[in-house]
Design a protein around this ligand. Structure first.
Ligand code: 5GP
Length: 207
């Protein structure tokens, strides 16, 4: 069995990343793909569920998890800690399941270093105006928080060149198709196929 592929997706908040990942997981064109659920110290927002959107934990619990090396990566984003569970990722990839990580550029950098075969995708909004409207329409954050997030969006977007792929999230269906194309192409690349079909290939090459 071949190993799953680890996909990283980063974008500033309000780019529609979470909806895209949800849409992607429902796609009939893909199977064997899971999204990682991060741990965070930020407070739960209306509509969010513990264990579905995030594992909401205290700073103390987060620090213990750091000491126990439970995170494959972690970072401080908007004054809160966010981290990816090492065990979940390793279990999934070894079972041949692809994993999607919705993490920021700092986490992406750590994952690229630890898992060089991972593939990273950056998602950009179609304009600054649309990004602002999306942040407002969520109705989850105060004006001050939105203004701060707009500023931080530029900090995040400055890192787009560190990624393997770039998607502009103008049209939801088109962006989902772009994601599916990336995942399918990565599965067809020589290294992955060679590993998956090694018995077939060695039989074909026998004289
Ligand atoms: P939010 O609080 O809006 O859900 O997420 C804020 C930011 O934290 C987003 O850019 C998101 O990608 C990032 N993030 C979420 N989970 C993780 C994680 O486990 N690690 C890192 N490094 N960033 C994360």
């Amino acid at each position: 069995m071949s190993l799953g592929i680890l996909f990283i997706i980063s974008a500033p908040s309000g780019t529609g990343k979470s909806s895209l990942i949800k849409g992607l997981l429902k796609s009939q064109f893909l199977n064997n793909i899971k999204a990682s659920i991060s741990h965070t110290t930020r407070s739960i927002r209306p509509g969010e569920l513990h264990g579905k959107d995030y594992y909401f934990i205290s700073k103390r619990e987060f620090k213990i998890m750091i000491q126990q090396e439970s995170f494959l990566e972690y970072a401080k984003v908007f004054n809160h800690y966010y981290g990816t569970s090492r065990e979940f990722i390793e279990d999934m990839l070894h079972s041949g399941i692809d994993v999607f990580l919705d993490i920021d550029w700092q986490g992406a950098k750590q994952i690229r270093y630890k898992i060089p075969k991972s593939k990273s995708i950056f998602l950009l909004p179609p304009s600054k105006d649309i990004l602002y409207k999306r942040l407002r329409n969520r109705g989850q954050d105060s004006d001050i928080v939105i203004a701060k997030r707009m500023e931080q969006a530029v900090d995040e977007m400055e890192h787009y060149l560190e990624y393997d792929y770039l998607i502009i999230n103008d049209d939801f269906e088109k962006a989902i198709n772009d994601l599916i194309t990336i995942i399918s192409s990565e599965h067809l690349c020589l290294l992955h196929q060679k590993h998956k079909y090694n018995i077939l290939i060695s039989n074909l090459l026998k004289r």
